[in-house]
Every structure is written in C-alpha cells, then in structure tokens.
Design a protein around this ligand. Structure first.
Ligand code: BDP
Length: 708
C-alpha cells in the first residue's frame, strides 16, 4: 500500500456476500473509448471485481431478462428505457442513482455526470452502504477546479511531494500515465477542471511543442471528464511573442491573444480556460499600462469566449513592497481596493477567484470581504490543499472544518442571508458562473501530496465543492473507510486525531487571529514570529513590548473592518464583540488585555501553545495504537510524520512562547516559558567527532547550523 490508489482501492468489503444484487452485465450506453461513459463501465467492472469479488461483462445493450447496471446519459437512457421522472431535476454534471429496481440505474445529465454516478455507486458499495436508494445529486456550483503550481522545469511552487507529473526540463512530460491516474482520482470526487501550471507562469508554456503536449494531457484527462486549463503570463505577447507591448487595449496584443488562443483550442477543443495572476508580487499586468484589471481580464475573455472558455482572474492582487512604517497600510484591504470599482465591468465568462481570507491561507482568517463586495461579478473561492503555511504535509491538519467555517459564514450583504457558499455558487447575487478552486500541488510521490493522511483534504475538497452542506466528520469517515477499511478503532482514532488537528496547529503556531506566525520571508515553514513585522509583504503582527495585533478598525486603524457589510463591520469594529479567535486580526491590544475566558492575551498565548503541542504528542500514541490494523508501509510512513510533528510542535511552542516572553517580559503564570534548564543549543556545544553543517533551507535549524 504505497498510497497511489488513494480512496479508490476497491478493497474487498468484509460482508460482500450480504449484497444480494448480482447483475449479469454492465450496460454502458453509447460509449466510445474517450467517453466518460466508457470509463464508467470499466470503472464499475473493476470496482465490483475488487469490492465484491465478482466479474461482470460490459455490454453495449442489456440482455433481455437479466438484471444489469445501466449507465449513460439521460438522453441515451430514455431512448431505450423510456421516461424517467426523476431526471427532470438534474442540473449540469448531476446524476440520478437508483438501486431500488431490477436494474441499477446510473444516469447523468451529461457523460461526466454519469461517471460521477458510477463512482458514487462504487463508493457506496465500498462502504457497505447496501441499502436500496434512489436519488438525484446535483453540484452546488459549476466550477469545481484544482490548481497546480507546477513549473516547466518540473519543480512545484509550494509542492511537497516531489517533482511535477506534468512537466520536465521545460516541456510537458512524455509519459502521461500518472496524469491519467490523477484525472481518475479527481473525477471520483467530481472535480471537472484542472489548471496545470504555476500562477507565476512561464510564457514558454505557449511554444508549439508545449501546446502539442497540452493536447496529449487533455487527451488522457478527457475520458474522466476533467478539462484542462492553463495559467498565463500577462506579458507573454512581449516576452514570448516578440511584440513591443502587452497593453491589453493595444489591438495587436488583443489579436495576438486571440490567435494563440485559437491555436491552443485547435489542439484542445474542450479547454476549460485560463487562470491569470496579474500585477501581484511582481507579476506583470494591465496596471503597467494604466489599464484596469478588468481591461486585462476581458482581453482573455474575448479570446476564449468563442471556444466556450472561462477566465479565472485572481483577486490576489497586492503590492509586496508595502511600507511597514505606515500604520494605516493594510494588505488585507487590497482585494476590495483593487476590485470594488470594477464590479460590473467584467465580461460574463470572467470569474474572480478569491482566496478564502483577505491575506493568504493563514491558519485563521475571516472570509475575504470581497465576497460580499462583488455583486455583479461571478466569483469563486480559492482554497489550499497543499499545506503551505500549515505544515507542508509534515503536520496533520484536517482542513475541512476550516473550509466549512468559511463557507457557512454569513456575510449579511444588505442585511440578508449571504453565506459565502451561496455567493460562490452564484445563487446569492444571481451570476452566471461560480464555484471553487483548490491549490493541490500533487507530485510524483506515490502518496500524491506527500502524506497519506493529508489526502483526506483532497477528498474533502472535492466532496465539499459539490456539496458544502456535508459535515466534515462524515466526509472524513467515508474517506477513512475507503482508504483504510472498516475497523472501528481505526475509524474512531483517525477521526479523533483529524478533528483535533486544526485546533492543535492553530494553538501551537499562531492563535487569537494573529496569523500562522511562520517564516514569512522564505519557505513559510517553521516558527519565525520576528519575520512577521518589518517586511514588505504586509503580513504584520505589530508586536512591540506592550501590545500586539493589527488594528483594522476604522476608528484607529486601517479601516479593514469597514470593508464588511454593516452588521459584520460593527462586530469587528468593537473589541468587545470581536470573537477571541480573531481578536488580534482586528485589534491591537496590550498583552494584559482580558479575553472572554478571563485569561490575559499573553497567558492565553503561553497556555495555548502548551495545549496545542501536547495534543500533537498524543497523535503519536494514538497512531501507534493502530499498529497491526494498518498495512506496514502506510503505518510506518504516518508514524514517522507524526513523530516528526510531535517534535516540531515543541519547537513551535517554545520558539513562539520565548519570543513573546522576551518581548513582553511578562512571566508565565505556570512558570514554564523561559524555564528550560536542560536545554543546550547545539551550536553552543563543543564538538568532538562532529562537524558543523550549514543546513538548507537555512531556517530549519537555530543559527542555520546543525552538527553531523
Ligand atoms: C503565496 C505563495 C506564493 C504564491 C502566491 C499566490 O507563497 O508562492 O505565488 O501566494 O497565490 O502564498 O499567487
């Protein structure tokens, strides 16, 4: 068990023989080999062989008189079997599954929907959900994409599972087997689009050899109903095309994009579209020419529209040279400042893709106020499966509860119910498009993202993009059963660890809304609270000797609270009504400020870091209690990571507590902080038989030095 089969292991279920329905054939209606219906037939055959141990043939038509599993589109089904009332409720990509009648019926609104229905049926069988059912399942939103931040040289920005499966040495890879396997995984969680290259995009993606490569990638993903898309470098007309400009209102630039877009679509006729990061963190964009971001986005919209393509335009636009001396500057304001006045100016096939919080994938953020600001613009939420700030997959952090909080958050636009999930689904503001994207960053590692347990995040992302009303613990348990089996202790232990993991990580990294307190300057890994101030990126904590936190009030601070609708703004404007977990996000307070719990801020910091780190210690024991119940390969891999996490949580705890103790000089009531008589820094020892060694990355050891 190397993890490569993820939740699609199709392991034999313990009570296979109690499943009474034994079809004699799988009928895949109207299937050509590149069709998702064909894939559905093969998948059903493979799944049933694994889960129930029965071989079933695939046919084009039903054999008279014997029960079958019939899979196809509504149209194909009704032509042969007559009308199905239930399918009237089907939306795009939706499916109807019935196991109640003589046949198992799996009908999709389109071919992709039928494949989703087949995966659903197999997921039920694989969890011994054998009871007869009949229901329609529709997606919450049409856009359910993943983003990969892969570079053409094969490296991956913020990827923790080895090199790219898409690119190598400047070009699309020759062997696309693993890409097909990834598309299969994505289809099984109903993801329908994938952007395969880094948002910090290389224009060389557009050369002829790579366009041909994109075609090959799209060809192997098509049978899974996963559409390919790409990130663009805004300056490509100049840097790659040889023009003297990349001004979006220059007709020759416009023509250049139309032309290259046609060229790509002639090789990838069903390309999903483009993703664009412009004028952010040094990337080129329309502001260079005093054009608006909408001018830039609409240029791509015009090019892709004739082909049915979508432009995902990122709202992550900010200047990374903000002056830290300016107390009214605030990176959290940037999204609304850059986009508010453009509402209504984007073409219909543009979707503004907004990170869940106003800063950057931190352990705790309020939802971005941009969700409630844009009323005449389609929007999508951007999440991260890759744990950039959250422990690089070396720390267990089950993220579905974090996403759930954001998606269920009611922003009260116009004082009406305005949950983030209903804004991005396009329901609240009645927009044509909407949905979600998650940065995943799979690599060639057999575990896909570097850790077996972190795969629950990819699984949950897909399921929640389809239906955000699901409960994180239920999604998790489905995933555990499919990935690790039915043992009760396994399910209970893994559920307990996973549900404790986000709060624990928040506690031992950065609590009370202060942000993750990780190293900001380089890898975004490991504790480095000192880096959180005096940087140009605007990720600040404003910590000094007496007080800390970003004052985002209108009264004394950056005014960020006012970017929210009035009911929410009032709550955050006032220190009394701001929840403790966002206190330091919105307010600058003395270390001695009392929380609602009665503790001071500083004592809460100390305690929370001890609490969080002690929970991380228990994960090791919990995992070890499962020895023998999980195959050795996965058991050992996870045990290694949990042991590492337990140690690193202590490093976090002590680094953060010591930092604030040094700064505030306020002692810990429990006398733990600063009291480590047993500890000697390695670089202070005199070495005999060891050598000093400069570690890389440098921040992973104190003084940049280890001994070997
Ligand atoms: C930051 C990442 C950086 C990305 C950027 C983005 O550190 O690697 O390029 O976000 O999302 O969090 O564009």
């Amino acid at each position: 068990e190397d993890g490569s089969r993820a939740w699609l292991r199709y392991a034999r279920v313990p009570n296979a023989s109690s499943y009474r329905f034994l079809p004699s054939s799988i009928v895949a209606l109207n299937s050509t080999s590149s069709s998702p219906i064909y894939t559905a037939g093969r998948e059903l055959q493979k799944g049933i062989r694994g889960i129930l141990g029965t071989h079933i043939n695939i046919n084009g038509t039903a054999k008279q008189g014997s029960p079958s599993i019939v899979v196809g589109t509504v149209d194909a089904y009704q032509k042969i079997y007559g009308d199905l009332d239930e399918v009237e409720d089907l939306a795009g990509d939706g499916f109807f599954l019935s196991t109640e009648g003589r046949n198992v019926v799996i009908v999709g609104q389109n071919e992709r929907g039928a494949l989703y229905g087949a995966f659903e049926y197999l997921s039920r069988l694989g969890q011994e959900k054998f009871d007869p059912v009949a229901y329609v399942s529709n997606p919450h939103a049409p856009i359910r994409w993943v983003n990969e931040w892969d570079n053409l040289d094969g490296s991956i920005e913020r990827g923790y599972a080895g090199p790219s499966i898409f690119f190598r040495d400047g070009y699309v890879v020759d062997n696309v087997t693993r890409v097909a396997e990834y598309a299969r995984l994505l289809a099984s969680i109903r993801i329908n689009g994938i952007i395969i290259n880094n948002v910090n995009a290389n224009p060389e993606l557009l050369n002829s050899r790579n366009i041909e490569g994109l075609g090959r990638l799209a060809d192997v993903m098509r049978p899974y109903g996963v559409q390919l898309g790409i990130s663009l470098n805004f300056a490509s007309p100049q840097r790659f095309g040889g023009l003297d400009s990349f001004d979006p209102l220059d007709p020759k630039v416009d023509a250049w994009w139309a032309n290259i877009t046609d060229k790509i679509y002639s090789r990838v006729p069903d390309m999903a579209g483009y993703l664009v990061k412009a004028n952010s963190e040094g990337q080129p964009g329309p502001l260079t020419y005093n054009r608006t971001l909408a001018d830039g986005a609409n240029m791509f919209a015009r090019a892709t529209k004739p082909h049915g393509g979508i432009v995902m335009f990122r709202a992550f636009v900010y200047d990374n040279h903000i002056n830290p001396a300016n107390w009214t500057a605030d990176r959290a304001n940037a999204g609304v400042e850059f986009f508010q006045h453009l509402d209504g100016k984007f073409d219909d096939n543009v979707v503004v893709q907004i990170k869940y919080g106003p800063i950057d994938f931190q352990v705790r953020e309020p939802p971005s106020p941009l969700f409630s600001t844009l009323r005449k613009t389609s929007t999508a939420i951007e999440l991260q499966v890759t744990q950039e700030y959250l422990g690089h997959q070396c720390h267990l952090v089950y993220l579905a509860p974090l996403w759930k909080e954001i998606l269920e958050y009611d922003l009260r636009a116009d004082d009406k119910p305005s949950k983030v999930k209903d804004i991005i689904s396009s329901e609240r503001f009645k927009r044509p498009l909407g949905g979600s994207a998650a940065v995943v960053n799979v690599g060639t590692n057999t575990t896909w993202i570097g850790s077996h347990l972190a795969m629950s995040n990819l699984y949950a992302y897909g399921i929640m993009a389809w239906d955000p009303s699901v409960e994180p613990d239920e999604v998790l348990q489905d995933w555990i059963r499919l990935t690790f089996g039915f043992d009760r202790q396994v399910i209970e232990t893994m559920t307990d660890m996973s549900l404790k993991s986000w709060p624990a990580y928040e506690n031992y990294t950065g609590n009370l809304g202060i942000q993750t307190l990780t190293d900001i300057l380089y890898a975004h890994y490991g504790p480095n609270p000192a880096s959180q101030d005096n940087n140009g990126w605007g990720q600040w904590t404003r910590a000094d000797k007496d007080s800390l936190g970003m004052d985002r009030t209108v009264k004394n601070g950056t005014g960020n609270a006012r970017q929210y609708p009035p009911a929410i703004a009032r709550m955050y404007e006032n220190v009394e009504t701001t929840p403790d977990n966002l206190l330091l996000w919105f307010h600058h307070v003395p270390y001695t400020q009392r929380l609602k719990s009665g503790k001071t801020v500083i004592q809460h910091f100390y305690d929370a870091h001890y609490d969080g780190a002690s929970v991380a210690q228990t994960f090791v024991k919990q995992w070890e209690s499962l020895e023998g119940k999980i195959d050795v390969e996965r058991y050992e891999h996870v045990r290694f990571l949990q042991t590492y996490q337990a140690g690193h949580a202590l490093v976090w705890r002590d680094a953060i507590n010591q930092f604030y103790y040094n700064l505030s000089e306020i002692p810990d009531e429990a006398k733990r902080v600063g009291n480590h008589p047993y500890r000697i820094e390695a670089e202070k020892m005199s070495l005999s038989g060891y050598k000093r060694y400069a570690v890389s990355p440098f921040h992973t050891a104190s003084g940049y030095t280890a001994v070997i």
